[in-house]
Design a protein around this ligand. Structure first.
Ligand SMILES: [Zn+2]
Length: 263
């Protein structure tokens, strides 16, 4: 499916437009489908773009919004696999766009209420001219290999007993590869080399871009930073712990390694 972004609302109201509506992080759905603009009469939307020519809009609903007849509000993450993947990805874009719009209602420099700038996805300050664009936080995630085993970790914020790849946010002034080397050293005390890009994934909780890598162990033994990592171990392919669900880039990195892809 082809998506073309759009910054300004078209002058004509299209009741058949797809309506990505959120109350907090819960999205309005009708069964397994995204509702239409006709379901959200009276609420001013933001433009998102066109999906295969069909207008897509984003709506901010109030906390405690009562879903109408046949509609329900469900958390976005578990909706993966229930609504079609291009729509789920677009829902993530809508959630981030709404959060950005809400969080930049006032100028971060002088406190004046901002206005939507015509023709671009930006809010501008009429007093000092500062413009705010939607923010992304790049984060690296890495699968480390050593003699046929992969390093997987149980982080302090992970649910259950799941083990996953190491991840962390990129700092200002860092390259992505430099962030991988630093995160691995800080969180598990290892040195890695041969850092290779594998792919990326937008992750809208709240506004990350996950960038996946593989790397090879170079030296050192595991020493966890207890503020981040509860446990980290080398796992062989035939002896894996609980791993993340298919939705995540972590799982794609693990599956690629399991399949013996060179990476
Ligand atoms: Zn200002």
């Amino acid at each position: 499916m082809r998506f073309e972004p759009l910054a300004d609302l078209p002058p004509q109201r299209d009741p058949e437009a797809l309506a990505f509506a959120f109350s907090g992080d819960r999205m309005l759905v009708r069964g397994d489908a995204v509702p239409t603009a006709a379901d959200l009469d009276g609420i001013e939307p933001l433009a998102l773009g066109y999906l295969d020519g069909r207008l897509c809009l984003a709506y901010q609903l109030e906390e405690g919004h009562e879903a109408g007849e046949g509609l329900e509000l469900l958390a976005l993450r578990p909706l993966w696999g229930r609504i079609a993947e291009p729509l789920w990805t677009l829902a993530g874009r809508a959630l981030q766009t709404l959060a950005w719009n809400r969080d930049h209602a006032f100028c971060g420099r002088c406190g004046t209420p901002t206005v939507q700038l015509a023709g671009e996805r930006a809010r501008g300050c009429p007093n000092c001219g500062l413009a705010a664009y939607p923010r992304l936080a790049p984060a690296v995630i890495v699968l480390i290999e050593r003699d046929g085993a992969a390093l997987l970790c149980h982080g302090v914020r992970f649910p259950g007993r799941m083990y996953s790849c190491l991840a962390g946010f990129v700092e200002p002034g860092e390259s992505l590869e430099g962030a991988v080397v630093r995160e691995v050293r800080e969180e598990v005390g290892l040195r890695v080399e041969d850092v290779r890009y594998q792919g990326s994934q937008p992750w809208p909780f709240p506004h990350s871009l996950m960038i996946g890598f593989r790397a090879r162990w170079k030296s050192g033994e595991i020493e966890c930073d207890p503020t981040e990592i509860v446990d980290a171990k080398w796992f062989r392919r035939d002896d894996l712990p609980n791993i993340p669900p298919k939705i995540s880039i972590a799982r794609k990195l693990i599956d690629g390694w399991l399949a013996g892809e060179p990476g």
